[in-house]
Design a protein around this ligand. Structure first.
Ligand code: ZN
Ligand code: ZN
Length: 302
């Protein structure tokens, strides 16, 4: 074979490989377990556009938390089986500031869960400035509702160590808890402690992409060794999501609409790319199966 033919042959092999890789990635079922459709996003994007974006990206289902919580139901109307709404305790536009003082939060949660409108509770933030105590009465009542209706709870704890989350997962051993945004302040060794201490915790990797709190992957979008080792050791304990809110990276923007959905495609490509570097069985679990089990959803279409 001439060197030109050899060159052509290797080029076609590379092209075939690239196409099969792309096909494999396109076919991998994907659960986006962390999206928002908030009032300050709805100012610039409507529910049907969000649903189209999810469909075009090949998402099998997306778990949505909204402020106010009823917007998650509006997205559900537009997206049907694609959308899994969870109950946000932020029931009005500024609810994040006072939900834990308001008994009505519990009443609305119970009404929505009883009717099976919501399939989880969250996102609940424990952050400075918005931090109820973990023994807050309203939070405790919400956790008891989650146990009663057997739904998971998505919790965002901003903390320099694992203790704050351990306090919660040890307090509610019968509850399925999701630790939001691993790859941020807490290192893989902290998350390992949580995984070993609490069997009821699933770890979620949203919003720790290179554009926000970069702490999960290297420059080639490969999981850092410490995270990779942990995921391979506990492949049933990890899920991911895009969390397409953008202004988390900014300050002084309370007067501006959140344009996070403009970046959704970039975010989902990133998650698909680090997942594609894992062994195939683990890919399926992290990209889809663990979340499907957690939210008790049917097997995907064939
Ligand atoms: Zn969060
Ligand atoms: Zn979020």
């Amino acid at each position: 074979m001439s060197s030109l033919s050899k060159f052509r042959a290797s080029i076609s092999i590379i092209i075939v490989l690239l196409f099969s890789l792309e096909r494999a990635q396109a076919q991998m079922p994907f659960a986006d377990t962390h999206i928002h459709f908030n009032w300050d996003q709805k100012e610039i994007i409507d529910a049907s556009t969000v649903v189209n974006k999810l469909r075009q990206a090949g998402v099998d289902f997306a778990v949505v938390s909204s402020t106010p919580s009823t917007l998650a139901l509006e997205l559900k109307q537009a997206g049907d089986d694609l959308i899994v709404p969870i109950f946000s305790p932020y029931t009005h536009e500024l609810g994040r500031q006072d939900w834990y003082l308001d008994q009505r939060t519990v009443e609305l949660a119970e009404a929505g869960l009883r009717q099976r409108l919501y399939h989880g509770i969250g996102e609940v933030h424990f952050m400075s400035g918005f931090r109820p105590r973990p023994d807050n009465r309203i939070f405790q009542q919400l956790m008891h509702l989650a146990v009663k209706y057997e739904v998971p709870v998505l919790i965002h704890v901003d903390s320099g160590n694992e203790q704050a989350f351990l306090d919660i997962c040890r307090r509610y051993p019968q509850l399925n808890l999701i630790f939001a945004h691993a790859g941020g302040n807490l290192a893989a060794r902290h998350i390992r402690t949580i995984i070993s201490a609490c069997n009821n915790v699933t770890i979620e990797f949203s919003a720790r992409d290179p554009w926000r709190f970069d702490g999960l992957t290297d420059v080639t979008h490969r999981l850092l060794d410490s995270w990779r080792a942990l995921v391979l050791e506990y492949p049933d304990r990890f899920i991911t999501g895009t969390d397409p809110v953008w202004k988390v990276t900014r300050t002084q923007t309370w007067d501006q609409a959140d344009d996070g959905w403009d970046y959704f495609e970039q975010l989902i490509d990133y998650h698909r790319s680090w997942i594609a570097d894992l062994p195939l069985q683990v890919q399926l679990k992290v990209a889809f199966e663990n979340a499907r089990r957690l939210y008790n959803l049917p097997q995907p279409r064939q």
